[in-house]
Write a protein of this length. Sequence first.
Length: 117
Amino acid sequence: MTKEKPKKERRRHKRSRAQSITLTIDGKDYPTGNLSIGGTLVEKYTGPLSAGALLTISGIKDTDGTKAEVEIRSRVIRADPDAKQMALTFLELDEAAYEMLQNHMAKRIEGLATKKS
């Protein structure tokens, strides 16, 4: 019997699993399932985009109500119409998007540290 090696994590960026950020795509808001500086899983997506499609995210809203108009050029990595999910990789983030995502990740880390105390 051969032992299977554990699968190596291929992601370059840590993911936040909290459904807290909302992204605006084609004028509609969608919650995220997980999120990093490098990409996200978009939930409740019922649009026409499929793997390989290019798109621009035009807005971000955090749980605290903070909103920002942004420009995040992205590519669809995977789309699952049955699960209403779409995985994106971010190709280019503007300064506002980078700041929002960094702040969100910092709040998540603070929250985890507080829970351990």
